[in-house]
Write a protein that binds this ligand. Structure first.
Ligand code: ITT
Length: 189
């Protein structure tokens, strides 16, 4: 079975991505390196920089995933600051900022960067949806306030398998899985 290491401290990402990768015969390992992360408005830049730094440390095939929620009425906030905003003002804080707001469109975006000794590849997944009017369901992060297009449920009201069919991370992970499963065995050692 092919292996790849996900560099993250977020077990939710690990769980969601593992479910997809296992279907492609790819075993995911998780490693929390807690390296310095650059600040940028582009999550592609953050992910690429992190993947390069992580590769210097472990020198084996790895992926990193950087993601964020971009709310139209808030000019893309919290975007690259999603993790911090979720920890500070949380879902209640976002709903307060969106109180009375009719334009509730938002996009979840995930960027996966794969790196080994030969390849440095980026895979992007995006899903449009709406910010709900109240907290619904469980899930993690912004799951209980995000309703993807073509669904009535928030991500918080879905199991991981169902969320994966819609989600930014599901889309990016599928792209990665399709590419990686075709890659020659030499780079999965
Ligand atoms: P690592 O950097 O260690 O991977 P992190 O949680 O800090 O973990 P990010 O920097 O990519 O990850 O932050 C993305 C944040 O955006 C995340 O912490 C959540 O608050 C939010 N987020 C991203 N994807 C999400 C999802 O599928 N469901 C709910 N919230 C999500």
């Amino acid at each position: 079975m092919k292996k790849v290491t996900l560099i993250t401290g977020n077990t939710n990402k690990f769980k969601e991505m593992s479910l997809i990768l296992i279907e492609y015969g790819i075993e995911l390992e998780m490693l929390d390196l807690d390296l310095f992360e650059i600040q940028s408005e582009k999550i592609e830049e953050i992910a690429l920089n992190y993947a390069r730094n992580a590769y210097k440390e472990i020198r084996k095939p790895l992926i990193v995933e950087d993601s964020g929620l971009f709310i139209k009425a808030l000019n893309g906030f919290p975007g690259p600051y999603s993790s911090y905003v979720n920890k500070t003002i949380g879902n209640e804080g976002i709903l307060r900022l969106m109180y009375d707001e009719k334009e509730r469109t938002a996009t979840f975006k995930a960027v996966i960067v794969y790196k080994d000794d030969k390849f440095e590849e980026t895979f992007v997944g995006e899903i449009k949806g709406e910010i709900s009017r109240e907290i619904r369901g469980n899930g993690w992060g912004f799951d209980p306030i995000f309703i993807p297009n073509n669904s009535k449920k928030t991500f918080g009201e879905m199991q991981s398998e169902e969320k994966n069919k819609y989600s930014h991370r599901g889309i990016a992970t599928l792209k990665f899985a399709q590419w990686y499963s075709k890659l020659g065995n030499q780079s999965s050692l």
